[in-house]
Design a protein around this ligand. Structure first.
Ligand code: TYD
Length: 132
């Protein structure tokens, strides 16, 4: 599977680190929405969907979590534990998130407002859609 991890430039000095996110620059789409997950309980697994059109980039700003990715052919586990790394989640990629550290803050940038009709929440439907 061709997963895309974007290396985000870290501006660091003796004071600490800074990462800037800019649409059409290091984020390859126009950012229309940002949301973040935090305080995720131990043993929680969430996500369980793919999107029809939505482009997203996920950045673990603090802590770590894992992504289970499924493009219909291959499955892959990805550890995100670096605030200078963005995982691209293109449309048509089934994703689940798990193994959240208690301090995990998972920031997601998206190219559209929240729209429930863009979700494919059934794995059966996801698989069926790919074979069309
Ligand atoms: P949910 O889709 O269950 O999150 P995940 O797929 O990551 O497990 O979303 C949880 C709730 O938050 C649900 O009621 C929908 C709402 N929500 C918004 O209102 N706006 C958003 O941008 C997102 C991602 C979710």
């Amino acid at each position: 599977m061709d997963i895309k991890l974007v290396q985000l430039q870290k501006h660091g000095d003796e004071r600490g680190s800074l990462v800037a996110l800019e649409d059409q620059r290091n984020v390859p789409f126009s950012i229309r929405r940002a949301y973040y997950l935090f305080g995720t309980k131990e043993d929680v697994r969430r996500g369980f969907h793919a999107h029809k059109k939505l482009q997203q980039m996920a950045i673990v700003v603090r802590g770590h979590c894992r992504f289970h990715l499924d493009d219909g052919n291959e499955q892959l586990e990805v550890l995100l534990d670096n605030p200078a790394q963005g995982l691209m989640i293109p449309p048509g990629l089934w994703h689940e998130m798990y193994d959240f550290s208690s301090d995990c803050v998972l920031l997601v940038l998206a190219d559209a407002h929240y729209d429930e009709t863009d979700y494919i929440r059934s794995h059966e439907e996801f698989k069926a859609g790919l074979s069309k």
